[in-house]
Ligand binder design. Sequence first.
Ligand SMILES: Nc1nc2c(ncn2[C@@H]2O[C@H](COP(=O)(O)OP(=O)(O)OP(=O)(O)O)[C@@H](O)[C@H]2O)c(=O)[nH]1
Ligand SMILES: [Mg+2]
Length: 294
Amino acid sequence: MSFLSGFIAIIGPPNVGKSTLLNKLLGKKIAITSPRPQTTRNRILGIYNGENFQMAFIDTPGIHQTRSLLHKSMVRSAKASLGEVDIILLVVELEEGVNDEMNIILRLLKKTDKPAILAINKIDLIRKENLLPIIESYSKLHCFDSIIPISALYGDGLETLKEELKKTLSPGPQFFPPDMLTDKSEEFLIAEIIREKIYHETREELPYSSAVVVESLKEDTERNLLAVMATIFVEKASQKGIIIGKNGRMIKKIGRNARIEIERIFSLRVYLELFVKVEKNWSSDTRSLRRLGY
Ligand SMILES: Nc1nc2c(ncn2[C@@H]2O[C@H](COP(=O)(O)OP(=O)(O)OP(=O)(O)O)[C@@H](O)[C@H]2O)c(=O)[nH]1
Ligand SMILES: [Mg+2]
């Protein structure tokens, strides 16, 4: 049997569980997740190896209508990923229906002739008997190669999904070495974990006004210690105050939560030092966006 491979873009509206799905498929956390929309800001490659096949998944930011420069750049990168893959894996939530976001996505699908698989996520939230009409209504929207109900969080339907994806792969090379998990650097993954903790601990516009850059990363193999210095960029002085919190309580909590997770993922003791800086209105400034990796 020849080797099968393919690039698969995970696309969909914001907050439907695309990154949760990627992590679950890989069995490793490489993409951050949160209950808020627009968590993912960059494309993230995640490689899944099976016997005689390789799937290269690309997690993408949620597609939505926006005026914000940051979000426009996010949506642009999600749309661009469609051109770079062999298979499209559209993830939706149960009752998305045809709203503006879905209309944009359906228009994009119509423009390509690539195989498209639909995963209807979060089925743990409804009764089984209510699923059929939802599947039926989605099947009318586009000629999907298959429609698979899943729960990315609990793992339901993922074996079926993998089987369907495998059927869609073509004979091709092993694009990446079998021990490679992602194209992202340790710096990126660590900055993202810190950003995830900000999404979980802060409110309103603060998550959207925060960006994280890892300034330095030093591994001391003798002491099994990783020393990380990172900066959280916010847009206004008032936001800096909130991120630091009363007596530094907020920044300590973000730092502690991030450190615990970095230690778990990298199996190292971690020393994490966080700084907070104001980069005025960075999310609406092209040069700042580029500097911060967007
Ligand atoms: N109940 C339930 N919740 C889920 C499931 N999958 C994801 N979630 C939750 O949905 C929320 C969004 O998940 P993400 O994986 O961040 O969603 P996303 O599509 O990557 O979001 P963006 O990156 O913002 O576009 C999180 O709170 C997840 O825990 C699921 O199968 N069931
Ligand atoms: Mg995401």
